[in-house]
Design a protein around this ligand. Structure first.
Ligand SMILES: [Zn+2]
Length: 155
């Protein structure tokens, strides 16, 4: 690639940055997380115009753009795998040693899936459509990781 600078005598060091940070989860995200943390309930929002239930909840309906910030509904802690991938790339930022499964899970009563870890099953045994249930973390982190993972269950 042409450059205006001669870099032939430059030594480069590849690296990654890890920065501590805090972000505001927002009004809807905050209630979702605190309800999960305090009551082990998974909350969504239902659009009263198009009847779509969004989980994780969002302030605005992705279909008709209505404000949903006061349209709370509880969804199930069980659901089905609608898609998944097997993560095989080891990295210290990964939540688990590889290989592990990240699944898109549509919870009972929800129209949109959440992405979470699927464990207690070998990756090669995971199938789309299988029933799964949430396993809550013993110790809260006040994050989505208060659901430690999902595991297979009877449908
Ligand atoms: Zn809508």
């Amino acid at each position: 690639m042409p450059s205006d600078f001669d870099t032939s005598d430059c030594y480069t060091i590849p690296g990654k940055l890890a920065l501590p940070y805090t972000y505001f989860a927002g009004r809807v995200g905050s209630r979702f997380i605190t309800t999960l943390r305090d009551r082990h309930k998974i909350m969504g929002v239902r659009c009263d115009h198009c009847d779509m239930v969004l989980v994780p909840p969002r302030q605005t309906c992705e279909r008709c753009l209505r404000d949903l910030s006061d349209q709370w509904c509880e969804v199930g802690t069980r659901g089905e795998v609608v898609n998944y991938t097997v993560v095989r790339y080891p990295d210290r930022h990964q939540p688990r040693p590889v290989p592990f499964v990240l699944a898109m899970i549509r919870l009972e009563g929800a129209d949109t899936p959440i992405v979470h870890l699927l464990e207690e099953i070998a990756p090669e045994q995971v199938v789309i459509g299988m029933a799964v249930e949430a396993v809550f973390a013993v110790k809260t982190t006040a994050t989505i990781r208060d659901i430690d993972h999902f595991k297979p269950c009877d449908s």
